[in-house]
Design a protein around this ligand. Structure first.
Ligand code: PMM
Length: 288
C-alpha cells in the first residue's frame, strides 16, 4: 500500500499521524455537552485537560450549531470565546476558534488562536474570508448549506459524495479568490450539517473523494446523530450523545486509516489512542 498523505497545513505543525482536535464548547446549549463548560475557568481547565489526554489542538466555540439552534448575539459570543482562547493560548495550547463571525475570528486570532474553523466556510459573514486572509491563519472550509434552524430541509441529494465534493471545491475556490493562501486551507465534509445518517455514512465511506480535493481533511463525527442511528441498530431507543464516545473512537480509527488529517472530538483519550493504533498498523502495513 502507498503511504497515505494527509497533507500539511501552512502555519500548523506537521504531525506524522492524524491529529486530534479536542472540543471546548463554551455554550449553554450544544447538543452533547451544552452547559458543561459554560464558565470561563471551567472551559480553560477542560481545554488543558484535553491536551493532557492527547489533544494536539483545542477548538473553542461559543455558538451551538445543533439542528434547530438559533444564533447567539455577537457580544455574547465574544464574551464566551475570547477569554478562553487567550488563557489557553498563553498556557501554550494550540487553539482553533469555531465561529461564523469575522469579528470573533479576528479577536480570537489577536488573543492567540492559530486556526479559524468556520462551519459556514465564510458564507455566514461576508467579512470572514477577508479577515482570515489578512490574519494569515489557516481556515477550515466545511460543507454547509445554511443555518442550523432549517438545515435538515436542505439534506436533499442525488449523489451526496459528488455534490459535497463539488460544493467543497467551490468553497475552496471562494477562499482562494478572497485571498487565503491555498496552503492554509483544510476541508471538512460537515457530517450532520444538512445531512441524514445515510449521507454521513456515505461520505465516511468515500473519504478518498474528499481527499481528492487535494487539501487536508478534517472529520468531525463526534457523538453525532448518525452514530446514534447506527448504535440503535434499527430499534427505537437511540443512545444519547454521551453514550456515543466508543462509536466516535471507531470512526477516528477508520478516518485515520483512510488518511484524515485530523478528527474533531469531545472525548479525546480514546481517539488519541485510536490514531496511534491506526498509525502503527499503517506503518506495519507499509513495512510489508
Ligand atoms: N460540528 C460541530 C461544530 N463545529 N466544525 C467542523 N469543522 N466540523 C464539524 O462537523 C463541526 C464543527 C457541531 O458539533 P458540536 O456541537 O459538538 O461542537
Amino acid at each position: 500500500m502507498v503511504d497515505i498523505s494527509r497533507g500539511r497545513v501552512e502555519g500548523l505543525p506537521d504531525w506524522d499521524r492524524c491529529a486530534v482536535m479536542g472540543v471546548v464548547n463554551v455554550t449553554p446549549d450544544s447538543f452533547s455537552d451544552g452547559g458543561q463548560w459554560f464558565d470561563t475557568d471551567l472551559a480553560v481547565k477542560h481545554g488543558i485537560d484535553l491536551v493532557a489526554q492527547g489533544a494536539d489542538l483545542v477548538d473553542v466555540g461559543g455558538e451551538s450549531t445543533r439542528p434547530g439552534a438559533s444564533r447567539v448575539d455577537e457580544a455574547e459570543e465574544l464574551r464566551r470565546v475570547v477569554p478562553v482562547v487567550r488563557e489557553l493560548a498563553s498556557a501554550g495550547v494550540l487553539v482553533s476558534v469555531d465561529t461564523m463571525r469575522a469579528s470573533v475570528a479576528e479577536q480570537a486570532v489577536a488573543a492567540g488562536a492559530r486556526l479559524v474553523n468556520d462551519v459556514s466556510a465564510g458564507a455566514a459573514d461576508p467579512r470572514m474570508i477577508a479577515t482570515v486572509a489578512d490574519a494569515e491563519v489557516p481556515f477550515v472550509v466545511m460543507h454547509w448549506r445554511g443555518q442550523s434552524r432549517d438545515m435538515n430541509a436542505r439534506a436533499v441529494y442525488r449523489d451526496v459524495v459528488g455534490e459535497v465534493v463539488a460544493e467543497l471545491r467551490e468553497g475552496l475556490e471562494r477562499a482562494v479568490a478572497g485571498g487565503i493562501a491555498e496552503e492554509r486551507l483544510v476541508v471538512d465534509p460537515g457530517l450532520g450539517f444538512a445531512k441524514h445518517a445515510e449521507h454521513d455514512l456515505d461520505l465516511l465511506a468515500h473519504l478518498d473523494a474528499v481527499r481528492g480535493l487535494g487539501r487536508p481533511v478534517l472529520v468531525a463525527a463526534s457523538r453525532k446523530r448518525f452514530l446514534g442511528r447506527v448504535l440503535a441498530d434499527g430499534r427505537d431507543a437511540v443512545p444519547p450523545a454521551r453514550e456515543r464516545d466508543a462509536a466516535t473512537a471507531a470512526v477516528t480509527a477508520l478516518a485515520a486509516g483512510d488518511g484524515a488529517w485530523a478528527v474533531r472530538v469531545h472525548e479525546v483519550r480514546a481517539s488519541a489512542d485510536a490514531v496511534r493504533v491506526a498509525h502503527a498498523v499503517g506503518g506495519a502495513r507499509r513495512a510489508g
